[in-house]
Design a binder for this molecule. Sequence first.
Ligand code: SF4
Length: 487
Amino acid sequence: MRPLHEADALARKIFVESRIQEFLGTRQAIKIKMIQVYSRNYIRFDQGISWTFYRSGIPHGSQNPTNKCCFSAPQVAFQPDVQSRRERPRPGQSRAQRERGRLIGKLHAGNEVFIIGAMNEIEHPGHPAKDACARTANLATLAVATRQWASELGFSALTIGEAELFPDAAEGLRGWLAAGCHGDMHYMARHASVRAHPVELMPNVSRVISARMHYWPDAAPAAEVLGNGALAYVSRYALGRDYHKTVRTRLQKLAERIIRAVPASTRVFTDSAPVLEVEFAQRSGLGWRGKHTLLIARDPPRSSGSCFFIGEIFIDLPLPVDAPVSSHCGRCTACLDACPTGAIVAPYRLDARRCISYLTIEHPSSIPEPLRPLIGNRIYGCDDCQLVCPWNRYTPQSSEKDFAVRNGLDCASLVSLFVWSEAEFLQRTAGSPIRRIGHERWLRNIAVALGNAPRSPEALAALRARAEDSSDLVREHVRWALGRQGG
Ligand code: SF4
């Protein structure tokens, strides 16, 4: 081992010239083996590298991931690997086997090659066949334990699948994008290749663990709110805390429990990266894709439906995989018939440009006028295709506190929400998924709903009060709504 300061320059060189940053998210110690002409050396990132890079002038961007990875103290050690020079590889032996570790990745920087491997690999000395059996049994046990931990963390179910997609999934995505069905969601097209190839997100991924968490809250009945045009309808998934935070935190805890049991590399996602979540979940049997394109699950004896969030853990362990389940949509077309804007243009095909969830959440600009009357009083998202689905008759109510209704948003009046100032909007939607659409889109959506509301002096007064709003977008929608209100 050499002192820390001698390793600094080399560590910095590797960091700058390679793509090590992305490996800092592996949440485990990493070893980097430099293959040089005459010798091999390890640089061990055992404990923490944030201070090392800080001293070397690497900006804070390198500290955060390492700190988040719980590497507590700065230590970079330089370790000559004398033994490897004496060893000759056996025929058929892979590089990872020769290195006695799991290969995470290989980097080229200048003329040098760096092999990145896991340091904490469990060794199974003994007969190779027995070793393999023991490992398989351990992985099966780990899969069972993982399900149990997931249940303790509030997940309704968990399944494990290959990290490869069926070829038709990638083909389907390409066709959907080529037809422009993604609307203004340009990030979907930009990351199409990553969606179809998870190794681009995590090079050593072996399995995708999919988990679901039910969210249906104790809220005012959806049908009653939708039937009263003076009230605002908010999609039931968005009434409580932002699910991204809840689900991601739980998945992270689950990944940490797995890593405590067996050293592994993991990455956690929930609607937060270009991952074809429903495809992976379907492939591993977490449910089947309904004709409305959402996942539906059946948990005998009387629990089923599609009202749940999905999240994934990418992992580099070859855990045993689960089989897909068959579809149970049959001849039903209720969701296609019920969609207010006809956005489900064919079974299993959604045109986002017509979808109310897209128009009220993702769409950044003016809502096309022909679609405005069809939006009704839906100001954030839409649940109609799920509300009519027969499988949601048995959807369980969530007892998760995070998903409980906040600020009475399950049945608030349109007029009461339209008077919120930006400060009020930010304060009342803090921690909610609604916050990300911003105050301007919030007012745009409510203006459309007020234009669709039964004529009333209150609606007219609320719209007139916003007629000179500072936002062009809001003013244009208010004008349209005033026209509908006879104002
Ligand atoms: S409404 Fe019918 S067709 Fe649509 S997802 Fe549900 S079961 Fe399938």
